[in-house]
Design a protein. Structure first.
Length: 358
C-alpha cells in the first residue's frame, strides 16, 4: 500500500502544481500594449448548422460591431431547418452553403471567401459585446500573434437552476487552464467559439484540422502552430469575451464532452497529453475516494481531498472574479463532489456510444 500511497500523493501534487500555476499566471498577467492600431480588414467566419433560433440575433450582433473594416462569412453546414433562409435576409454578409459535410469541411471551404488579413472564428450561438472584434484584432496586431485564444463564458439562463450554475463554474475553470497555460507558453486548451488566426497561417495549415475527428479544429490548429513555433497569445480583456448558453440537460452535456474526449486520440503535443493525463487521474482517484479511504492511511485521503479542492476552487475563482461573474462557494463544493463522476461518465459515453455531431 505504501507504493500506492506515494503514487497517489505524487499525482495529486502534480495536479495541484499544474492547476495552481495556471491560476498564478492568469492572475498576475497584465497586458500592457497599444491597442490603437489594427489589421486593415478582419474576417469573422462561422460554420452554422440548425441554428434557426440563434442565427438572426447572431448576425445582428456581428454587424453591430465597433470595428471599422470587417466582414462576416457565414457557411451553412447543410442545415435541416431555416438557418440559411433566415441568413439570406441579411445583405451585408457573405453567405455560402457547404458543398460537403461537417464543421471542418465548412471552415476549409469558407476560408477561400475570407478577404481579411486576420481571421476570427466563432459559433452561431456565441455573442460578444460591440467591441469584441476590435479588441481581438487589435490585440493580435499589437502582439503580431499568429493565433489568439479568447474566453467563452457560459451563461446561466435560469440562475435558480443549479445545473446551469455548475457548468458555468466549470467553464471558468477551463478558462483559467486555457489562459494560464497559454501565458505560461505551453497552451493545452482552446475554444473554437472564440479564436483568431492570421489568415495566411490558417490557409497554409488548413489540412491540420484533421478530418478524422468530428471536433477539435481549434486544438489541431493550435498544435500545428506549436510545432511551427508560432506565436500564440491569450486575450485577457473583458471586451474579448463571447457568451453562450451551455447544454440544457445532462444528456447534451455528456454528448458534448464525449466529443472533447474523442479528439484526444489525435493530439501529438506531449505536454498536452501529460496535462490531460494528470487531470484525468486526479479525478479518477477522487471518484474512487471510498476505496482510497479504505486502502490508504486516512491522512493521505485528507491530503488528496484538500489539495484537489483548493486547486479547483482557485481555478474557478481567479477567472470568474476577473470577468465579474463571482461564483458561489456552495456551487463550487457541489461541482467538486460530482465532477470526477462526470469526467468518468463522459469517457464512458464516448467508449460505449461513440460521438455524434449535431
Amino acid at each position: 500500500m505504501i507504493v500506492f500511497e506515494v503514487f497517489l500523493i505524487l499525482i495529486v501534487s502534480v495536479y495541484a502544481f499544474l492547476v495552481l500555476k495556471c491560476c498564478v499566471k492568469f492572475y498576475f498577467y497584465k497586458p500592457e500594449i497599444n491597442l490603437k492600431t489594427s489589421y486593415k480588414k478582419v474576417s469573422v467566419m462561422v460554420s452554422a448548422k440548425n441554428e434557426e433560433e440563434n442565427i438572426s440575433n447572431f448576425i445582428t450582433n456581428i454587424l453591430s460591431q465597433s470595428s471599422e473594416n470587417y466582414e462576416l462569412v457565414l457557411i451553412d453546414d447543410n442545415s435541416l431547418d431555416k438557418t440559411f433562409e433566415i441568413a439570406e435576409k441579411f445583405s451585408d454578409i457573405i453567405l455560402k452553403k457547404n458543398p460537403f459535410s461537417g464543421k471542418k469541411s465548412a471552415l476549409k471551404y469558407g476560408i477561400d471567401f475570407c478577404n481579411g488579413d486576420f481571421l476570427i472564428l466563432t459559433d452561431a450561438d456565441c455573442f460578444g459585446n460591440r467591441y469584441w472584434v476590435e479588441t481581438i484584432s487589435k490585440t493580435a496586431f499589437a502582439y503580431d500573434a499568429d493565433m489568439v485564444l479568447a474566453p467563452v463564458i457560459i451563461c446561466a439562463e435560469d440562475n435558480s437552476n443549479i445545473f446551469q450554475r455548475l457548468w458555468q463554474a466549470e467553464g471558468f475553470s477551463l478558462i483559467t487552464i486555457t489562459a494560464g497555460t497559454c501565458i505560461w507558453g505551453r497552451p493545452v486548451m482552446s475554444n473554437g467559439g472564440n479564436i483568431g488566426y492570421k489568415t495566411f497561417f490558417f490557409k497554409n495549415n488548413v489540412l491540420s484540422l484533421n478530418k478524422k475527428y468530428s471536433s477539435g479544429d481549434d486544438m489541431f490548429m493550435m498544435e500545428s502552430a506549436q510545432r511551427q513555433r508560432k506565436k500564440i497569445v491569450y486575450v485577457k480583456d473583458r471586451n474579448a469575451v463571447v457568451r453562450t448558453f451551455g447544454p440544457k440537460n445532462l444528456k447534451q452535456l455528456l454528448r458534448q464532452r464525449s466529443r472533447w474526449v474523442s479528439k484526444t486520440g489525435g493530439y501529438k503535443e506531449k505536454f498536452t497529453l501529460f496535462f490531460a493525463g494528470v487531470i484525468f487521474f486526479g479525478n479518477f482517484f477522487a471518484a474512487m475516494l471510498p476505496l482510497v479511504v479504505w486502502f490508504t492511511d486516512w491522512r493521505v485521503s485528507v491530503f488528496m481531498v484538500l489539495t484537489k479542492f483548493l486547486s479547483d476552487f482557485f481555478s474557478v475563482k481567479v477567472s470568474s472574479d476577473y470577468y465579474r461573474k463571482k461564483q458561489k462557494i456552495s456551487d463550487i463544493i457541489v461541482l467538486e463532489i460530482i465532477y470526477p463522476y462526470y469526467v468518468l461518465s463522459s469517457v464512458a459515453v464516448f467508449l460505449f456510444k461513440g460521438v455524434r455531431w449535431k
